[in-house]
Design a protein around this ligand. Structure first.
Ligand SMILES: O=C(O)c1cccc(C(=O)CC[C@H]2O[C@@H](n3cnc4c(=O)[nH]cnc43)[C@H](O)[C@@H]2O)c1
Length: 220
């Protein structure tokens, strides 16, 4: 099976890159390609689509760190993303955020389920015994308390990232099975970086990722 491993930065998945390199990117019957998309939805969409065009994978895994909206998912937690929403595609009006669906803009419905970019490969996700949660993707990292409240009220996200929705969007349109793995590095809005767990999150992320790439992908 051809598997595309996707991350915003090599920094986040360097231990897994090293692990795969030591095995010539082949484990069992699986061959791995690594794609560094850069930070953000725009570059993720471009580089991911280009990589798929060049060599269509059977499975794609996106791995990265993310912010948490929930005290019960503190820095150092590990989650899989079941649902994605885009948190800043719309308009802020009268202290309310209206997304493109609320605005009634002419919008292509495919590949959305309502407003969600949902990973329907439940059997693939469930094999890891990790929480399956909802994530919001933004272009500008959320810091204002009012904005945090707005996004929480509207979408009830657990995680925030800058690339997840773009990854789900491309994978769903291309009909390629996918997994998005996130390790929580910070609470959303926390500006005191001494409270972040970037190093711990990256270590946890890669421990799980190495387990994943070394195992079978049941459900495919
Ligand atoms: O300097 C900052 O204020 C800052 C805040 C959050 C993350 C960073 C990074 O350098 C990492 C960007 C990278 O990590 C993902 N990420 C991590 N935490 C969050 C978050 O709270 N909200 C959104 N994205 C986050 C993101 O996917 C980027 O790829 C710097």
């Amino acid at each position: 099976m051809e598997i595309l491993l996707v991350a915003a930065t090599n920094f986040e998945i360097q231990p897994t890159i090293n692990y795969l390199a030591e095995r010539d990117c082949i484990i069992g019957n699986n061959h791995f390609e690594i794609l560094n998309t850069g930070v953000g939805s725009m570059s993720t969409t471009y580089w991911l689509t280009k990589a798929i065009d060049k060599q269509r994978p059977h499975l794609m895994i996106q791995a990265g760190i993310g912010g948490s909206y929930r005290a019960n998912y503190p820095p150092g937690s590990l989650v899989l993303i079941k649902d994605e929403v885009t948190g800043d595609l719309g308009v802020e009006e009268n202290n309310e955020f209206k997304d493109i669906f609320d605005m009634g803009l002419p919008q292509i419905t495919d590949p959305y389920t309502g407003k969600h970019l949902e990973n329907k490969h439940t059997e693939l996700l469930q094999q890891y015994n990790l929480p399956l949660v909802k994530s919001v993707t933004i272009n500008e990292i959320t810091t204002r308390p009012a904005r945090i409240e707005q996004l929480q009220q509207k979408y009830q996200p657990v995680v925030e990232s800058m690339e997840g929705a773009a990854f789900h969007y491309v994978a769903l349109l291309e009909k390629i099975p996918f997994i998005q793995l996130r390790a929580i590095s910070n609470m959303v809005g926390e500006r005191d970086k001494s409270k972040w767990k970037m190093k711990e999150a990256i270590q946890l992320l890669n421990e799980q990722l190495i387990k994943m790439v070394s195992s079978q992908f049941f459900g495919l």
